[in-house]
Design a protein around this ligand. Structure first.
Ligand SMILES: [Zn+2]
Length: 175
């Protein structure tokens, strides 16, 4: 069979900063025209690895080395390959359900609702960003109320650069 499967995801160009949607076709899996989004199980069994490939940025045409993380068989994240080499994949968590999709947004949860889930004595640094603009950086429990009420979560990731929980937000749900 000459078919293929496809990984979908969003990636920020390491050269120009443009966020683009990639579509990586691979013949490594079932070859049955499956579409894999973050949250999908791509492998049977408890396999942990990074799947590496190269994609050209549609804006500046520079090739980007991209790694998608497969944790216990589940597609859990997208990283620059350089960054992925410093990640212990066994420390990545599985995600509870499929949250992404072609043209869909990941979460749409109000920032305050998410932070309220954490307990009062569980303080950690968060780095809240909206399209690369920093909205808030500091302890999760000291974030101003107006910020909690204003923004919706687009994505959550481990921000190794600032050693904080990275939270990508937008002004409105679903935008
Ligand atoms: Zn670019």
């Amino acid at each position: 069979m000459g078919l293929f499967d496809t990984f979908w995801g969003d990636f920020k160009c390491q050269n120009c900063g443009e966020v683009f949607r990639f579509e990586e076709q691979t013949k490594e899996y079932d070859r049955s025209l499956n579409n894999y989004y973050i949250g999908d199980y791509v492998d049977k069994g408890n396999k942990n690895y990074f799947f590496d490939f190269v994609q050209e940025c549609p804006k500046c045409k520079v090739n980007n080395d991209i790694s998608v993380a497969i944790r216990r068989g589940q597609y859990v994240g997208v990283y620059p390959s350089k960054e992925a080499r410093n990640i212990n994949i066994l420390e990545l968590d599985n995600i509870s359900k499929r949250t992404g999709g072609k043209g869909d947004k990941m979460m749409k949860q109000l920032l305050g609702d998410f932070l309220n889930i954490t307990t009062a004595d569980d303080h950690f640094f968060i780095n809240v960003q909206k399209k690369r603009e920093q909205i808030y950086f500091g302890y999760n429990n000291e974030i101003p109320e107006e910020v909690k009420e204003k923004y919706y979560i687009e994505g959550i990731y481990l921000d190794f650069a600032s050693e904080a929980l990275g939270i990508e937000v937008s002004d409105k749900a679903g935008e």
